[in-house]
Write a protein that binds this ligand. Structure first.
Ligand SMILES: C[S@@+](CC[C@H](N)C(=O)[O-])C[C@H]1O[C@@H](n2cnc3c(N)ncnc32)[C@H](O)[C@@H]1O
Length: 63
């Protein structure tokens, strides 16, 4: 992570519902995170998991 600028972009490929991405967001809130996985997993991530556990990342369009 030392090589990534604070306002850079990271793509979490096969990132599941995004628990690792969530930790990354909490440590580096200016990062733009792209969470990539299969459609049903992403649907669950964006409709249930992130709005519940990390709503500010959704509101600020950081993920
Ligand atoms: C072992 S899990 C890892 C999840 C997450 N990276 C973690 O460490 O908790 C592998 C993930 O890869 C996803 N996956 C499998 N095939 C995929 C594909 N063709 N495109 C995108 N994601 C895929 C699965 O849905 C699953 O969420």
């Amino acid at each position: 992570m030392d090589q990534v600028p604070e306002d850079g972009t990271v793509c979490d490929v096969g990132g599941g519902i995004g628990y690792n991405s969530m930790q990354l967001h909490e440590a580096h809130p200016k990062l733009q995170i792209i969470l990539q996985d299969l459609p049903d997993t992403i649907k669950q991530a964006e409709s249930e998991v992130w709005p519940t556990l990390c709503p500010e990342a959704i509101e600020k369009q950081k993920v």
